[in-house]
Design a protein. Sequence first.
Length: 137
Amino acid sequence: MQVLDADRVVSEEHIRFATKKALLAFSEGRNVAKDPGMEILRYASGERQIEKALSMGISEATERIALVIINWPKNECRCPEDTELAALIYIDGLGCSFKPDAVKKAFSISDEEINVVDETRLSELVLERVALVETYR
């Protein structure tokens, strides 16, 4: 399980792509983090270093969360049912409604990049950074 700051999650595809990349890294022995949740956070943040990836997690300033739950084969815990989750968290129905300024800051997206591709393609710039995590050595 991993909890992300929803203001920095640009789409469901962002979470799915980061999760797939993280689990693939684990299955191929290329993981940097020892924990699958932390590896997901690392990919979702577009950062190779765990310390930098923590900025994608929650803090006192977090207003909304994005929750990632996976059924990891080596995990002895069971995934909670939807009804159990509904008793613990409030689903606000806003989906992936990120804050562009928070995303630009979190992913170090410059005004120059935005001017080249247009702000409507911000999510594509984030997915590009997720894809490039494994190339950073």
